[in-house]
Design a protein. Structure first.
Length: 243
């Protein structure tokens, strides 16, 4: 049985002192024997961690004891080996770079659709109002090439900072449709959905991203694997590593 618990989690929440928090979290993570990456910014936290189950869960429990992170939820998967080489905690300008400082999910979050509801929409071929659904992949082109939802729109962006320009260029193609933006764990599609709604698009974010969909809805309507940013490289819909 796989013995290494892998978690990914993010939360848009105001952090007034990310540099001070960096030292606290690094000491705590290293002390617990965890490896991975934690990104901190004034807009929130984004983390990818792996280690023994008890230690990973203990770290997350301690983090949630801070009221700023009480709402943090994690996507889980398992592996036989540690997929990270070291423990890094970094302070960034954004936990996911979009270069649109006015997009602030902590203050005004876009509406979301659950994995179960999205699967139901796709099964029936329309949303609950009968409107056409457009699945919009907000990831970079090389990630999309590993796998994506059947029929998903892919703008072939090379980095997320290109998304706003692509959205403006393709806005008319999304008019009068229910657009569901998706990404690996939810963080990019959360910002993307806000920007799309500012462009006048009826956009929703997939709650929990692709990994959340795999966990709760399986591989229905999905083709291929999901690229992940660690040594596992990609996960199948059953959340097992490709190698």
């Amino acid at each position: 049985m796989a013995s290494v618990l892998n978690v990914s989690a993010y939360l848009f929440t105001h952090i007034a002192d990310p540099a001070a928090l960096r030292e606290v979290l690094r000491e705590r993570a290293v002390g617990a024997g965890l490896k991975g990456t934690i990104l901190l910014a004034e807009e929130g936290i984004n983390l990818f961690l792996a280690g023994p189950e008890t230690d990973v869960r203990g770290f997350l429990d301690d983090l949630r004891a801070d009221e700023r992170f009480a709402a943090l939820t994690a996507k889980e998967s398992w592996s036989d080996d540690q997929p990270f080489g070291r423990m890094l905690v970094k302070v960034k300008r954004e936990i996911i770079r979009m270069d649109r400082p006015a997009i602030r999910p902590a203050a005004d979050r876009a509406p979301s659709v659950s994995p179960g509801d999205l699967r139901r929409w796709l099964d029936q071929g329309h949303d609950d109002t009968g409107r056409e659904i457009v699945l919009l992949d907000t990831r970079n082109a090389f990630e999309v090439d590993y796998g994506t939802f059947v029929g998903a729109v892919d703008w072939r962006i090379e980095r997320f900072t290109q998304f706003p320009e692509a959205a403006a260029a393709h806005r008319d193609q999304l008019a009068d449709k229910t657009v569901v933006s998706f990404c690996t764990g939810g963080i990019r599609c959360e910002k993307a959905a806000i920007l799309l709604r500012e462009e006048g698009v009826d956009a929703y974010q997939l709650e929990g991203g692709i990994l959340g969909y795999f966990e709760h809805a399986g591989g229905a309507h999905w083709n291929g694997e999901c690229f992940v940013f660690d040594e596992r490289e990609a996960l199948a819909p059953d959340l097992t590593a490709r190698r």
